[in-house]
Design a protein around this ligand. Structure first.
Ligand code: CU1
Ligand code: CU1
Length: 274
């Protein structure tokens, strides 16, 4: 059984194996396919206007499926690897071990945001960005440069306390847990972390920064925590909602998965805190 651990507790060997598997996916071209998929679904389905991956109820099940596929790809390289999660409410500075050269590397240099150390620095030659929104081929970050702090535990708690999963109009104007977690209203958890990291993380090609997976693994964990706290509250909407993925609707780009299929993470993995 796959156990997703807090990244702050990983051993040196676990970090090394995670990084090596990520680099192997990059080398083989499989990594960039994930970046392409994410960027294609950042705004919605261009065929019919349906919102799928973001600004919609399916934000959480869409990313759960997306992370599962990435984790399975990692495990095809090294079966011992699981996605770690980054609890940014606790490990909340640019000095955290997450950003050390033996793991993800640190912030970018001031002149152009280029990450200069760690396994994903452009200078290694192992991390050229091919799926991108501009002509810059190097990984960029500006940790905390925007001025706004990472979300606090109290802000996380305030969002976990929300009793309703989502509400009409089922988008970035909605009230409810999903939209406050995604970050278009209120405390702003998920979006704020993308902006705090900066660089590619603040764009549709955010998976170019491997911290994307650790951030979303924690968002996914917060969904699981919310489910445990609100056992009577489920995914909404359940049926008949135009341009929105209902509980039993198929989520593109997949043809075989609905939000209902993604509600129980324990079918696929456990968290170290379960
Ligand atoms: Cu996303
Ligand atoms: Cu995200």
């Amino acid at each position: 059984m796959t156990v997703r651990k807090n990244q702050a507790t990983l051993t040196a060997d676990e970090k090394r194996r995670f990084v090596a598997a990520v680099l192997e996916l990059k080398r083989s071209g499989r990594y960039d396919a994930f970046v392409t998929t994410h960027n294609a679904f950042i705004m919605g389905d261009t065929d019919n206007g349906e919102r799928t991956g973001h600004r919609s109820p399916s934000f959480l099940p869409w990313h759960r499926r997306f992370l599962l596929e990435f984790e399975q790809a990692l495990q095809s390289v090294d079966a011992s690897v699981a996605l770690p999660y980054w609890d940014w409410s606790t490990n909340r500075t640019a000095r955290a071990s997450l950003w050390a050269p033996d793991f993800l590397g640190g912030t970018g240099r001031s002149v152009d945001g280029r990450v200069m150390d760690g396994p994903f620095a452009a200078s290694t030659g192992n991390w050229p960005l091919t799926v991108r929104v501009d002509n810059r081929t190097y990984l960029r970050r500006s940790l905390g440069a925007g001025g706004r702090e990472l979300p606090t535990r109290a802000e996380v708690e305030s969002v976990l306390a929300m009793a309703t999963y989502d509400t009409a109009p089922w988008n970035s104007a909605s009230d409810g847990f999903r939209n406050h977690l995604e970050g278009w209203r209120g405390a702003n958890l998920h979006n704020r972390v993308h902006v705090w990291v900066g660089g590619q993380m603040a764009t549709g090609v955010s998976p170019n920064d491997p911290v994307f997976w650790l951030h979303h693994a924690y968002i996914d964990k917060l969904w699981a925590e919310w489910q445990r706290r609100h056992p009577g509250a489920g995914y909404l909407p359940t049926a008949g909602t135009p341009n929105v993925v209902d509980l039993h609707d198929t989520m593109k780009p997949w043809s075989d998965v609905t939000p209902a299929d993604m509600l129980d993470h324990t079918a696929h993995y456990a968290f170290d805190t379960d």
